[in-house]
Design a protein around this ligand. Structure first.
Ligand SMILES: [Fe+2]
Length: 391
């Protein structure tokens, strides 16, 4: 983005207070003080068995309740379960310990707890009005303690939850964004290679999407570019040295900053087209993103290479000064990261009829990020891009 090209009017909603470092959780809990009222600790069984003994001492000073029933790719069923426990125990604050699924369940549950609405009602105009309203001082305190680095859910205003109709729904609200975040890198040291790699690649594409899109928030753009720089450097390092606390800390901060960037600027067609496809294929988020990125970004730079080329130059990718070549150099650098992360750039068995592709394209068009994509994509173009990904 050229200096001075941001809109004359605008606003930002800063995410909450972020603590980082090896005592981050203790410092967050101490700062929260009495606002951490009867917290519900939301997590999943695997995370709790691995990390529960490490963090439990932080909650010794007050009454708290555990809910470790979150599963990956959560649905409204998991939200209802957590909400039931919270209401049963009179919980008035939330500590979410886990990855994106835990954060997303906690966000939607917080909306229900604060609004008194049932989860399905959040999809109605009444629920959307509550989600769009500014935070009231009475909203429960929410501390996010991420144990993965990737989704940026700890800092973003979005939660992706499967509805009762089987489709993934995006709940976007700045009032359900965590008011406090504890980035404690040692809690990610035990993360296995696949989620480490997938999360890192997801964070790269959050940062890149927020950078190349047409949103003009100067703060979002600055955050996106620095997040991209940090994530592209940290991902190979964390794959090479998973026990390196520095590499884990860099990856965690990069993913957090990418989450802040998408909270301010949203993403692009890569993520917009990913969400509908994820409802059809049983693959990890990053595995769906890889082929979509390759097809969509290469199509985009045919006519709009500038933001990709600018990122290549800012990040020190070898460039030529020719816009399209430099844009392709950046795409190739991201594709090389995907290969290092063992994420394929082609679907091996995706079969789509033209009717399937039309349906996916119609769903992708509902994303708020699609119209922000640097190259305007008409319905037929989105459909054609989906068909190019199929075998
Ligand atoms: Fe993502």
């Amino acid at each position: 983005m050229q200096p001075g090209s941001f809109p004359a009017d605008g606003q930002i909603a800063w995410p909450g207070i972020c603590y980082w470092g090896c005592s981050a959780l203790a410092r967050a809990v101490q700062a929260a003080g009495a606002r951490l009222q009867r917290p519900l600790v939301v997590t999943d069984a695997g995370v709790w068995s691995a990390l529960g003994p490490r963090v439990v001492s932080e909650f010794a000073a007050f009454e708290w309740t555990l809910h470790d029933g979150v599963v990956s790719n959560p649905s409204l069923v998991q939200v209802r379960q957590a909400l039931h426990v919270a209401r049963q125990h009179g919980c008035r604050s939330i500590v979410a310990l886990g990855g994106g699924s835990v954060m997303d369940v906690a966000k939607v549950m917080l909306a229900c707890l604060a609004s008194g609405l049932e989860p399905e009602r959040l999809l109605t105009p009444e629920g959307q009005t509550w989600l769009a309203a500014p935070s009231s001082g009475d909203d429960p305190l929410f501390i996010a303690v991420p144990t993965t680095s990737g989704t940026g859910s700890e800092s973003s205003s979005a939660a992706l939850i499967q509805g009762d109709d089987g489709r993934k729904h995006l709940f976007r609200s700045t009032r359900t964004r965590p008011g406090m975040v504890a980035l404690q890198p040692d809690l990610t040291l035990g993360l296995p290679r696949a989620p480490t790699a997938h999360g890192g690649f997801d964070a790269v594409l959050h940062a890149l999407g927020a950078w190349v899109n047409q949103d003009r928030s100067p703060v979002g753009k600055a955050m996106a570019l620095h997040a991209l720089r940090l994530c592209m450097k940290a991902l190979p390092e964390v794959l090479r040295a998973p026990q390196s606390l520095q590499a884990r800390a860099d990856m965690q901060m990069g993913a957090y900053m990418a989450g802040v960037a998408i909270g301010l600027s949203k993403v692009d067609a890569v993520h917009a087209m990913c969400t509908p496809l994820e409802s059809r294929v049983h693959m990890a988020h990053a595995e769906v993103l890889g082929p979509i990125f390759s097809v969509v970004s290469r199509y985009t730079v045919d006519t709009v290479p500038e933001p990709y080329a600018e990122a290549a130059r800012a990040l020190g990718v070898p460039t030529t000064g020719r816009e399209r070549d430099d844009a392709l150099a950046l795409i190739e650098a991201v594709e090389a990261l995907a290969m290092q992360a063992q994420i394929a750039l082609r679907f091996e068995s995706l079969r789509l009829t033209p009717g399937d592709a039309s349906q996916l394209a119609a769903q992708a068009q509902q994303s708020a990020s699609l119209p922000l994509h640097p190259r305007a994509l008409a319905m037929d173009e989105i459909k054609s891009l989906y068909l190019q990904m199929a075998v």
